[in-house]
Ligand binder design. Structure first.
Ligand SMILES: Nc1ncnc2c1ncn2[C@@H]1O[C@H](COP(=O)(O)OP(=O)(O)O)[C@@H](O)[C@H]1O
Ligand SMILES: [Mg+2]
Length: 285
């Protein structure tokens, strides 16, 4: 074999390698499709923190591309259930979970790829938790961890995500500035933009507006109606008006139990359980 042949051979070998690698990467990306949509199914969920049972035989079916609200007094397990849906309780020592949790028809505790799950099920918390870096880098954080490096592609993702989070006009001229320089309401919408950057099928919002002024709250409420065209939104809220304004379905929890779950209007106008009625009329909680 001549030296030229050798180089050629090496080149084919390396091409082969690249092909195999890109095949693997594609396969990994396509496996996002294991979640066929953003529907969520919970069957007989029980959860304990040590000896304390925080969820008691909870079952509910959450429809794809609707807004579902979780309401109920503090400590009744709303955040706990939300965290089960992207396996955030996995990290808590002494936490034991029973039952079946599905996203888009896939059992999320059987499929071991937690990163893939979290790419599909994003979460935003009560307090904005942006990284101390630029707006641009905050939004790119997720896509970069999933291997996207090309500047043009990242630029597109940043613009799309900020537009989807109704933040583009406010952020476009300061993309390289620290995200922490934004107001609380803007930071919360940036958190939503960051979550949207990896194109989740489900977005979990845990009291996202409880620290915000009414105008910022209104913006996030409007946003949820836009977002549900593309994905499923599950929102924990203590604000009943908020639930009636934005949620298609509402679930009422008490002491770890799901007491009532129905169309929002039905639940607020015609509650079936006297405990729901007492809660929504402000008699306890
Ligand atoms: N990491 C934890 N360890 C022990 N107990 C916890 C933990 N997280 C939550 N709990 C308890 O579980 C119950 C439900 O909490 P949580 O889901 O946060 O309620 P909610 O979001 O409805 O206010 C509460 O009694 C709370 O104290
Ligand atoms: Mg909570």
């Amino acid at each position: 074999m001549t030296r030229e042949d050798n180089t050629k051979n090496e080149k084919t070998q390396s091409d082969k390698k690249t092909n195999i690698l890109s095949g693997l990467i594609k396969k990994k990306e396509n496996s996002a499709d294991v979640f066929k949509d953003g529907s969520v199914s919970v069957k007989n969920a029980n959860l304990w923190y040590g000896d304390f049972q925080a969820l008691k035989d909870v079952s509910l079916e959450i429809p794809d591309r609707k807004v579902t609200a979780f309401i109920g007094p503090s400590g009744c397990g709303k955040s706990t259930l939300l965290k089960c849906l992207n396996r955030m309780n996995d990290l808590i020592e002494g936490c034991r979970i029973e039952g079946r949790f599905e996203v888009g028809g896939t059992d999320i505790y059987k499929s071991a790829d937690v990163n893939l799950l979290r790419k599909n099920v994003g979460m935003v918390f009560q307090k904005p938790n942006l990284f101390p870096m630029s707006i641009y880098d905050n939004i790119c954080y997720g896509p970069r961890t999933h291997g996207i490096r090309k500047k043009s592609e990242l630029d597109e993702i940043v613009e799309r995500s900020l537009k989807e989070a109704a933040m583009w006009d406010e952020a476009k001229n300061r993309l390289s500035k620290s995200a922490l320089g934004m107001s609380g309401g803007q930071q919360q919408r940036l958190c939503i933009a960051r979550a949207l950057a990896v194109r989740p099928k489900v977005l979990l919002l845990d009291e996202p507006t409880s620290a915000l002024d009414p105008i910022s709250t209104g913006k996030i409420e409007e946003l949820t109606s836009e977002l549900k065209k593309e994905l499923t939104v599950i929102i924990v809220t203590h604000n009943m008006q908020q639930a009636t304004r934005i949620a298609d379905k509402t679930a009422f929890f008490l002491l770890g139990e799901l007491i009532e779950y129905s169309d929002t209007e039905e639940l607020f106008i015609n509650p079936e359980d006297p405990r729901t009625e007492r809660y929504i009329t402000g008699k306890f909680g």
